[in-house]
Write a protein that binds this ligand. Structure first.
Ligand SMILES: [Zn+2]
Length: 149
């Protein structure tokens, strides 16, 4: 959202200073005070992608070869996250949004293909298979995804 600054220009980023009574004293924006908006990590709204050293300069060291390397504390924090594994919420979400089939579902679907669709294909051809699939789809509509019963 853009709103006008004291300098007259519009910006999505502003810093407004208030007095002790809550009245706005003055406003600055990246146009009139670029030095106050130099920290890139505080600018998620500008849709730029920042590298680790840009976003968290305190967690990286610049080597003599001009390459930034993560400090030990960042490596330790990242390793700790790996050890922790996914959260219960992430696991739950993954289960809900799962798009692959379980081995049981694959086996069930294979059996359905061999026991139901294969005979229809032999007797009625592909038109019979299409009709059977349409019927199966009608039956499973409204139920959970996963289809064939
Ligand atoms: Zn301004």
């Amino acid at each position: 959202m853009l709103s006008p600054c004291n300098c007259g220009r519009e910006s999505s980023r502003q810093r407004i200073t208030f007095d002790q009574h809550g009245n706005a004293l003055f406003c600055i924006c990246p146009s009139c005070a670029p030095q106050d908006f130099a920290d890139p990590f505080r600018a998620p709204s500008d849709n730029k992608i920042y590298s680790g050293p840009q976003a968290m300069p305190n967690l990286y060291k610049r080597g003599p070869d001009d390459v930034y390397r993560a400090k030990d504390e960042l490596i330790a924090d990242t390793a700790a996250l790996w050890d922790e594994g996914p959260t219960a919420r992430a696991i739950q979400r993954k289960r809900q949004e799962r798009s692959s089939l379980t081995p049981e579902e694959i086996e069930k679907t294979k059996r359905w293909g061999e026991e139901v669709l294969a005979p229809i294909l032999r007797e009625q051809g592909i038109a019979g298979v299409v009709a059977a699939l349409n019927t199966a789809n009608e039956r499973t509509k409204g139920k959970d995804a996963g289809g064939i019963q």
